[in-house]
Design a protein around this ligand. Structure first.
Ligand code: ADP
Ligand code: MG
Length: 577
């Protein structure tokens, strides 16, 4: 707008130069703009008349200033925008991870892991992209459009209305593409989750895959999933990218219509305000207007894709937590009397896997659970720390229903050692002190000694500072288990749950671990699940579980005398004493 009238003045309309009349301001708001426009016209005409070179310089300097300002402000927008987009990404990831930590174990089956990862990465990424375009849209385009459209309306309402009748056609076509894009995008994001799951699973099972010579099958399955992903994403890209060329064609058609219609208006000389030079500016302005309008339609594409991603993220954030905290939890002290299961029934889905389980463990006693695999032993041990809540009946900590206590409080009194020792890619020291961060060096070493772990730790290359690798891969099974025990010793809980803590070990390390476990259980209230019955013969009471029900209960000797289920289990393992 700055350039064109000046250039015309300089090179074309020298005869007009004489006619400059200084405008007079007559008051009023709308009048002010007219006055400003007239004054600018007067200014440039008289400037050109006096000194054409000075006028040329004025044009150059003012264009320079305008562009400097434009870019300074644009950079400021981008500067702030880069903070904003990443802040939103950060918040979304925080929210997702926090939710994953709070959600019950039932949420975390293996198949979910890859899916969750893809929501955390690529879905959050989609939202980031859309966010950037929305910010641009909100900051820049509306203002540009508003100003340009006002000027165009002022110059020629007729022509402008004509132009804007054509626009909805393009809007309609673009929205059709948007809808179909959204469908493909949803499939694509889902497939990304499948892909991630398969990567996760493959990497986790490399050893078995190699051992079974299953590399070709696994590879083929992976390639198939990956191919499907590629196809879906390619389709998404193509649909999204279609909007830009299509827009340009539509834009050009509209522009040509305007050139034709506006040109005829001028040629017929029935239009007062629109002169030749203004018409030229008008067309340039309109073609510039196409860009923000195209940006808007691109943004709509991004937003459609992001909507799909947002739905997927919301689905997690709004998942029912199922394990609820009471408003005013009762504070639990050290266990004084007993843990009591009162008529507890529980189901994961439709079928009850525990039926009317009742037993009481007095403080300081060791109770053992035995039974065939799948009988519900681990499920019982998961109910006590409220990884799941009971469906019927109740569990009491002394006289407090555990649902009345806070989760953190309850779990602070419980130590767990399970078959699979869960270790982190960190030093020995930090793994033992996990959850007990304030522990001193002496306490950590004392715990390691009780767990029969001190010796082997000293033999590691950096002692307590040795990094043990992912999931403790640099340690043997027995060593990992003794680390887990040291961790439990350090936590010093009053209740211990041991779920097949020695099952995965060879006889040699089992002895060391068993010895460590006995020290750990001493003076604590313990629930021990054991596959090898030899390890629990000294328990105060043994409960025999079958298909979710307690069938027998008594000491080792009592149950043997009964010659029932326990007797059969023992005879299968060749244990009689
Ligand atoms: P055990 O530890 O005695 O071998 P579990 O307590 O692990 O047995 O399992 C008891 C029953 O509950 C089994 O039939 C098992 O299939 C089922 N089950 C275990 N975990 C889940 C789960 N997360 N979702 C659905 N069913 C489960
Ligand atoms: Mg189990």
């Amino acid at each position: 707008m700055l350039f064109i009238p000046f250039l015309q003045m300089l090179f074309l309309n020298q005869d007009k130069v004489e006619k400059a009349v200084k405008p007079v301001y007559e008051g009023g708001f709308v009048r002010f703009f007219e006055y400003a426009a007239d004054y600018y016209e007067y200014f440039r005409i008289s400037l050109t008349a006096e000194n054409p070179k000075k006028a040329l310089l004025f044009v150059c300097v003012s264009v320079l200033i305008a562009f400097l300002l434009k870019n300074i402000f644009r950079y400021l927008v981008i500067w702030y925008q880069s903070y904003m987009r990443m802040a939103v990404v950060r918040d979304l990831r925080n929210k997702l991870f926090e939710k994953a930590m709070v959600l019950p174990l039932s949420f975390h089956s293996e198949e979910r892991k890859g899916d969750f990862m893809s929501r955390m990465n690529s879905d959050v990424g989609e939202i980031e992209v859309a966010l950037v375009s929305v910010i641009e849209l909100v900051y820049r385009e509306p203002l540009t459009i508003l100003i340009q459209v006002s000027i165009m309306l002022y110059w020629s309402p007729q022509l402008t209305l004509f132009a804007f009748v054509l626009l909805p056609i393009s809007a309609f076509i673009i929205s059709r593409i948007g809808k179909s894009l959204k469908l493909t995008a949803r499939e694509g994001q889902h497939q990304m989750g499948v892909l991630n799951s398969s990567i996760e699973e493959g990497l986790g099972a490399v050893r078995i895959i190699k051992a079974f010579n299953a590399v070709p099958q696994v590879l083929a399955a992976f390639k198939k999933i990956n191919l499907r992903h590629q196809q879906l994403i390619t389709r998404t890209f193509r649909k999204k990218d279609l909007s830009s060329p299509l827009n340009e064609v539509i834009g050009t058609v509209i522009l040509l219509c305007i050139v034709w219609y506006g040109g005829s208006l001028i040629l017929d000389k029935d239009h007062s305000l629109l002169t030749g030079d203004k018409f030229l500016t008008y067309i340039i302005m309109f073609s510039q207007l196409m860009r923000p309008i195209q940006n808007i339609s691109n943004s709509i594409g991004y937003i459609q894709k992001a909507k799909v991603s947002l739905e997927r993220i919301d689905a997690i954030i709004e998942t029912d937590e199922k394990i609820f905290e009471v408003e005013n939890p009762i504070k639990l002290g050290e266990l004084a009397q007993e843990i009591k299961f009162d008529n507890v029934s529980f189901k994961y889905k439709e079928e009850f896997v525990l039926k009317n389980i009742s037993f009481t463990i007095p403080q300081g006693k060791t109770y053992a659970l035995v039974g065939e695999s799948g009988s519900g032993k681990s499920t019982i041990s998961d109910l006590l720390p409220r990884f799941y809540d009971v469906n019927e009946g109740a569990i009491y900590y002394d006289s407090v229903n555990i649902k009345e206590a806070s989760l953190v409080d309850l779990r602070s009194h419980i130590g767990i050692v399970s078959q699979e020792s869960i270790l982190f890619n960190d030093t020995v020291r930090n793994n033992i002190a996990f959850g007990t961060e304030q522990a001193t060096e002496e306490e950590i070493i004392a715990a390691a000694k009780i767990a029969n772990a001190h010796e082997f730790i000293l033999n590691l290359e950096n002692g307590y500072d040795t990094n043990i690798g992912e999931r403790g891969s640099k340690l043997s099974g027995g060593q990992k288990q003794r680390m887990s025990i040291a961790r439990a010793v350090l936590k010093n809980p009053s209740i211990m749950i041991l779920d097949e803590a020695t099952s995965a070990l060879d006889t040699e390390s089992e002895k060391l671990v068993q010895d460590a476990l006995e020290k750990l259980m001493k003076d604590r209230t313990s629930l021990v699940i054991a596959h090898r019955l030899s390890t629990i013969r000294n328990a105060d009471q043994i409960m025999v579980l079958s298909k979710g029900e307690i069938k027998e209960m008594g000491t080792h000797q009592e149950l043997l005398d009964k010659q029932g289920l326990y007797y059969n289990l023992c005879s299968m393992q060749g244990i009689f004493a």
